[in-house]
Ligand binder design. Sequence first.
Ligand SMILES: Cc1cc2nc3c(=O)[nH]c(=O)nc-3n(C[C@H](O)[C@H](O)[C@H](O)COP(=O)(O)OP(=O)(O)OC[C@H]3O[C@@H](n4cnc5c(N)ncnc54)[C@H](O)[C@@H]3O)c2cc1C
Length: 480
Amino acid sequence: MGRAFVYVILGGGVAAGYAALEFTKKGVSHGELCIISEEPVAPYERPALSKGFLLPEAPARLPAFHTCVGANEERLTPKWYKEHGIELILGTRVKSADVRRKTLLTAAGETISYKYLIIATGARALRLEEFGVSGSDAENVCYLRDLADATRLADVMQTSTGGNAVVIGGGYIGMEVAASLVINKINVSMVFPEPHCMGRLFTPKIASYYEEFYKAKGVNFVKGTVLSSFVFDEDGKVTGVNLKDGTDLPADLVVVGIGIRPNTSLFEGQLTLEKGGIKVNSRLQTSNSSVYAVGDVASFPVKIFGESRRLEHVDAARKSARHAVAAIMEPDTTPEFDYLPFFYSRVFSFSWQFYGDNLGEVIYFGDFSGPSFGAYWVHKGHLVGSFLEGGSKEEYEAIAKVTRLKPAVDDLSELERQGLGFVVALSEKLPVAPVINVGGSMSTVVLEKPLYAWHATAGVVVAASIAAFAYWYGRRRRRW
Ligand SMILES: Cc1cc2nc3c(=O)[nH]c(=O)nc-3n(C[C@H](O)[C@H](O)[C@H](O)COP(=O)(O)OP(=O)(O)OC[C@H]3O[C@@H](n4cnc5c(N)ncnc54)[C@H](O)[C@@H]3O)c2cc1C
């Protein structure tokens, strides 16, 4: 039994949704494209799972956050795929791949062949068992990678109101889930081995700003140690955690966010791997010319850093997916993928964005006791990274535009004196960023314009009142 398609996208997450939309823009014909996904639902905006999905009131639910609403584009419901003649093969795991024969074998025993394959298998959450701790299967120990995990977490949260949660891990997932737990009136302890939260990106000063806010909300930080074992009741439910430093914490709910591992196993021994992911060139093409890889699983050349990186962020998934489709459909006119790394997060009423690289000396600006502040990273005399909390549409655009250019910085104290004004003034002197056009020949400044539609309103509110802004921001922030 088997089916054949011209284009197959393996994986049905963020990258798959954006690739599908791009295929239709480039003129794919009915019956040519299929998406195979282990998940039972059409591609959705995964970041919503730790944000709007966990709200106690009016939580976000599908179909509201199918891709590509996160970039203010069409919402691709199952009906949309049908209307565009795209086959969605859902709830189906691919268990082996043969890139020489150009076939995939599903767990149900079907062989699917392709002319072009896009690997968009993303990543899986690391489990405690991989660090020698058992107990992940307990009903109140939750992970958060897919919709099934989020649904389970939301259910356990509902029965834990007023109780105690222990969050293991101080990265993205830990920080966002901890905020959701607080909003759901659950007492939170966060446990992680690093000296401060978001250790891979934040400096101690930036981390301390957010940690102080979390503490004011009642979050208990237990740093410099790790989980050593769980305490179970007679039904196998976790009632507490024991930490390596001897601390014991009561727990009605445990959330584990200790990192991810890219899903590369189907292709090991067949494609070249790099940095834990599948190595691709600047056309997102793997070591096999018919196979492309995008999103969390791909290790791609980041031109402005002159080296390959594997990024675990939604913006890279969206843009690499679009670019791979353009490279397949319009090979002669598609330029090299020239990506500026961009991360963001939204917790409580906070919203930050980071562009570039966090390398070198750090110069802070703004008011760390107020709603807006930031930092620049200067490496070898050039500004290579910018972080901004509480910025306006124009300010975020300015840091993106200027960071991409890596301007020379001769005088660090002058940069500190000018603060945000440095990038704002410089960006005004630059030409307007051309709109992203992955299929075109121009090299673009990648700004995701639609994402900022609502910031225009925010700018006016800021002028009127910082306090009103903070309130508005908390109420109106996007949910994914
Ligand atoms: C809870 C959460 C919150 C996040 N928040 C943010 C944020 O605020 N900002 C940010 O920048 N990033 C965030 N991210 C990261 C972002 O969601 C990812 O970078 C993005 O989803 C990567 O897209 P992808 O398509 O590569 O992988 P995924 O979206 O993970 O999709 C991979 C898909 O492949 C499927 N699959 C894997 N193997 C197989 C197989 N063998 N057969 C069939 N199907 C398979 C999976 O089931 C899944 O559907 C968050 C991630 C999570 C989990």
